[in-house]
Design a protein around this ligand. Structure first.
Ligand SMILES: NC(=O)c1ccc[n+]([C@@H]2O[C@H](COP(=O)([O-])OP(=O)(O)OC[C@H]3O[C@@H](n4cnc5c(N)ncnc54)[C@H](O)[C@@H]3O)[C@@H](O)[C@H]2O)c1
Length: 263
């Protein structure tokens, strides 16, 4: 098989959560460009409605739902099967990162973060895996974790770090359970990626936009490659994990952080 066809995913059907903005939109763009049909799932109806216009090429459908809610998981699978006939790839990207020190945290905040970042990811993965098993030809589940799954990046992300640590543990366990079905389950750990979410002050942080910029600038100085990432830095690795180029990988974490974990 030549290099081009190893990375080709023409005709594959994918679900990408949180695909309206940020890293998720970058992933949708790259998968579409590589030949996949994509069901874009997001709860931000305004930006979601605009996805087909921003992409211009390829076959995408959109589905507005909150992935932390139980009624969404089956709905996402059914929509993908009804529009594209199957599900080959799931990218669990939707995530939130409110910044609240643990000493100021109340239970609803932890429940909210775990609801989106962990519960939504786990049960959408289950719903998709059941469909992939029925289809009988394997599949790919790609979880967008974080460098915070491995090492805390800053104070105030206790809830987030708990969720992302769990995403990494879940990825390994589910990879083991799914291996007999040839469903490969891998994770990506992004470092600092400039997105809509990171450019505004983190929710509940009490920080101004200027203070937020100062924090991001000082973080950027610690990145050995000397720049923040862009969504396509993550999207290209998603394409790799969605393609035959990664056929012998499961339960792996690919760190895409410009070297910041080394710093
Ligand atoms: N940007 C970074 O520096 C960075 C670093 C490490 C990990 N990550 C992870 O990458 C992912 C994307 O981050 P981003 O910076 O692009 O975020 P972002 O805030 O720019 O975009 C997130 C998207 O997810 C959607 N979303 C959020 N909650 C949802 C829900 N309950 N249901 C459906 N959609 C929902 C939002 O509407 C938005 O479109 C997250 O999982 C995040 O934790 C980001």
């Amino acid at each position: 098989m030549n290099t081009k066809s190893v990375f080709d995913i023409t005709g594959k059907a994918a679900i990408v959560t949180g695909g309206a903005l940020g890293i998720g939109f970058g992933i949708v763009s790259r998968l579409v460009e590589a030949g996949a049909e994509v069901m874009v799932v997001d709860h931000d109806e305004k930006h979601l409605a605009d996805v087909p216009n921003r992409l211009k090429i390829g076959k995408v459908r959109t589905l507005a739902l909150d992935i932390s809610k139980e009624d969404g998981w089956e709905k996402a699978v059914k929509a993908c099967v009804s529009d594209f006939g199957k599900v080959d790839i799931l990218v669990n990207n939707a995530g939130i990162y409110p910044q609240v020190p643990i000493l100021k945290m109340e239970p609803p905040l932890l429940e909210k973060v775990l609801g989106v970042n962990l519960k939504g990811l786990v049960f959408l993965s289950k719903a998709v895996a059941l469909q992939m098993i029925k289809q009988g030809h394997g599949g790919r589940i790609i979880n967008i974790a974080s460098i915070d799954s491995l090492h805390p990046s800053m104070v105030g992300l206790g809830a987030y770090d708990s969720s992302k640590g769990a995403v990494w543990s879940f990825t390994k366990n589910f990879a083991l359970e799914m291996a007999p079905h040839r469903i490969l389950v891998n994770a990506i750990a992004p470092g600092a990626i400039a997105t809509e979410g990171t450019s505004k002050p983190l929710a509940n942080s009490g920080l101004t936009e200027a203070q937020m910029k100062e924090i991001m600038d000082s973080f950027t100085k610690r990145i050995p490659l000397g720049r923040q990432g862009v969504p396509d830095d993550i999207a290209k690795v998603v394409q790799f994990l969605a393609s035959e180029a990664s056929d012998y990988m499961t339960g792996s974490m690919v760190v895409v952080d410009g070297g910041v974990l080394l710093a």
